[in-house]
Design a protein around this ligand. Structure first.
Ligand code: MLT
Length: 404
């Protein structure tokens, strides 16, 4: 019998959202009449922007003729989309070469796959609570050590983000190589100002660490002084990689498209001390393991950058932010301590009466027929919190809040 990658055996039984889906399915089976409202996984519910649909329809027609048919595309994405992305960054004062942008089938894949290009000896720091993909993929690679009874991994460095520190992580307390940051934050919905983010950039500079910056929720930023990209801080060009997504702004959760930015200035060293560009390694990785995002999807994504596309995306995001406002205000009125929901689609609330996250999750599912995400599923510091997603319909959001 062959041997498996033992690191997989150290993982909890199932991925957080799979576990929740199982519990909800079991409840629904026993209670088929229950009107269950989903505010758990951050999946969008409104249709794709019309501008994207039109471009995709045109692209489908192109696929029907041999003169305009597209087979394998460039693994790193078509030039038309990478150029549009680069032009968009320019409007925020960030200059990126087209070959510093890698289009993919979504930022979840990229956040997970990026670990391929780093040594297994890299020490990883991440916020707690945190998007579980960063933890689980490092555990699969063997960088996380062992899962301890307190829910932490023995080899990861945790930077708590809680009400006690206003959801602003402190710098790692020991030397680290990779720092995962997600702002606007999943799961807390909170964010960092430019000067707060610069503290991390300065730290990375000083110590030689690399920041893996997940900006999947940047479209939800409403407040000034909150950076949409880590590269708005010029010093980040040689110490950060950024992940972006079309999922939450343009509704591509099922259509799949995202991209990763790796400036040429980001370098690391090999075992013999040779200095290498991470951009080159990622290109090598993608060309070997990925055959590119479908042409039809990339044509849809490029429409996001047209004037019509931008206006339609704005409408989608404003709709969800409207839901977030409903959730925030209703929970506040009901006496909850509530965070987030102003620059991001998630609302993070303290559970009442010292209930654990799973206790309150079960109560909401069974008594109110509302699916949420238990805070502890994002890490030990999430214990005692619950996450609401605002990405559902307005009607369901209002109905769920009425049940409070
Ligand atoms: C979430 O609910 O945390 C997100 O939907 C996860 C994701 O985008 O993969």
């Amino acid at each position: 019998m062959i041997s498996v990658n033992d690191n997989f055996l150290k993982l909890p039984g199932s991925y957080l959202f799979t576990e929740i889906a199982h519990r909800v399915a079991a409840y629904k089976e026993g209670n088929p009449q229950a009107q269950v409202i989903k505010m758990g996984i951050g999946d969008v519910t409104l249709p794709l922007p019309a501008a994207c649909i039109m471009e995709m329809q045109k692209a489908i027609c192109e696929m029907a003729h041999k003169e305009s048919f597209h087979g394998y595309g460039p693994e790193q994405g078509y030039e038309f989309l990478r150029q549009a992305i680069s032009d968009d960054y320019k409007q925020n004062g960030v200059s990126l070469a087209v070959d510093e942008i890698f289009v993919s089938d979504g930022s979840k894949s990229d956040c997970g796959n990026i670990g391929d290009i780093f040594s297994n000896s890299c020490k990883v720091a991440l916020t707690d609570p945190v998007y579980p993909v960063y933890v689980d993929t490092n555990a699969m690679a063997g960088r996380a050590g062992d899962l301890l009874p307190n829910g932490q991994w023995s080899n990861l460095v945790y930077m708590p983000v809680t009400a006690a520190n206003d959801f602003v992580p402190e710098l790692p307390k020991e030397p680290v190589d990779l720092i995962y940051l997600c702002f606007p934050n999943n799961p807390t919905g909170t964010t960092l100002t430019k000067s707060q983010l610069k503290v991390f950039v300065d730290y990375a500079h000083k110590t030689g660490a690399l920041i893996l910056f997940d900006a999947a929720y940047e479209a939800f930023i409403t407040e000034k002084d909150v950076p949409h990209s880590i590269f708005e801080i010029p010093e980040a060009r040689d110490c950060a990689i950024e992940f972006r997504s079309f999922s939450k702004n343009a509704g591509f959760t099922g259509t799949r498209c995202g991209f990763t930015v790796i400036p040429h200035d980001v370098k690391a060293k090999g075992a013999k001390g040779e200095v290498v560009e991470l951009n080159k390694l990622w290109l090598r990785r993608q060309c070997t393991k990925f055959n590119g995002t479908p042409y039809i999807i990339q044509r849809g994504a490029v429409a996001v950058y047209t004037p019509e596309g931008k206006a339609q995306v704005r409408q989608l995001v404003d709709y969800y932010l409207g839901n977030a406002k409903v959730i925030r205000e209703s929970l506040l009125k009901a006496g909850f301590a509530v965070y987030g929901g102003v620059n991001g689609p998630y609302i993070w609330a303290k559970t009442p009466d010292n209930q654990t996250s799973w206790e309150f999750f079960d109560y909401l599912l069974k008594e109110k027929n509302i699916v949420t995400t238990p805070g502890v599923g994002f890490g030990p510091s999430g214990e005692g919190y619950i996450r609401f997603s605002s990405l559902g319909s307005r009607e369901n959001t209002i109905e769920a809040m009425r049940r409070f």
